[in-house]
Design a protein around this ligand. Structure first.
Ligand SMILES: [Zn+2]
Length: 265
């Protein structure tokens, strides 16, 4: 009996420390992401996923594609991808979600959404016991987490010009929060431009709802939603956006330091 207890105890200790070691190893791997991503080659099967599904990447020139790949590798290596209600997280999920973040931050070289080091993925829209309703995605700054329904995320890229893109929407929330969280990436937006952007949002949202609005009504829920919905439109129908709301479009292209119209014309 005593021998049995010793053996079981030994196994428990070994398993515990092995798990601890694995956790520590993964953590060190994430911390070393800047170096690892600059040394290691971009995996071919990652490139194939981008070529197959990611229009934004395919429209970049060779030099830009290389910069995109390096930033994407950094993003993937520095985040913890956590599957919910399924497993495992596939490379396709990591590449597509990472590419979405890189698309948004491509003009901001030092921004990797550092605070949000956890990406939680549900297979489909998920039920929140707090709000008592189904969610497609959310950003949780308290836990440093971006949460996404994979189905809704994919829909965002399948229907690439309907101005609805869950990934870009949630990444935009994370980006705006990242700008005010004190860390290495703090304050990358010009304060004056953010103020101008919010002033236009207030002005547009104060118009009677009967007036034809370019952005969907949800944009006027609050300034954060206005920014997130504007980002979706910025990438999914830039020419129409510029025509309908030229000032807002110009400010957003300055904030993000990129212009999809010039880039891809
Ligand atoms: Zn939102």
């Amino acid at each position: 009996m005593f021998f049995f207890i010793v053996v079981v105890g030994f196994i428990v200790v070994v398993v515990y420390y092995r798990n601890q070691l694995e956790v520590a190893y993964e953590e060190v791997g994430r911390m070393a992401a800047p170096i690892r991503s600059s040394i290691l080659p971009f995996p071919n099967h990652y490139k194939e996923i981008l070529q197959k599904y990611f229009g934004y990447y395919n429209r970049l020139n060779t030099q830009q594609q290389h910069a995109f790949e390096q930033k994407l590798l950094y993003f993937i290596m520095s985040k913890k991808f956590i599957p919910r209600q399924f497993r495992p997280v596939t490379d396709e999920m990591k590449v597509m979600i990472g590419a979405c973040a890189v698309q948004l931050t491509f003009g901001l070289p030092r921004v990797y959404l550092q605070h949000f080091d956890k990406i939680l993925i549900y297979p489909t829209d998920y039920y929140s016991s707090i709000s008592k309703r189904f969610h497609k995605g959310e950003v949780n700054p308290a836990f440093g987490a971006i949460v996404l329904s994979w189905k809704s995320f994919v829909d965002g890229y399948i229907y690439s010009n309907d101005s609805v893109n869950l990934g870009l929407h949630e990444m935009a929330h994370a980006l705006r929060l990242e700008n005010i969280i004190h860390n290495d990436e703090y304050s990358f937006f010009d304060d004056g431009l953010v103020e101008q952007f919010d002033a236009y949002a207030r002005q547009l949202c104060s118009l009677p709802t009967s007036e034809d609005t370019f952005l969907r009504a949800y944009a006027c829920a609050n300034p954060h939603e206005f920014f997130a919905v504007a980002v979706e439109n910025f990438f999914e129908r830039p020419a129409e956006f510029q025509k309908a709301l030229p000032e807002v479009y110009t400010i957003l292209s300055k904030l993000l330091n990129q212009d999809p119209i010039l880039h891809f014309s």
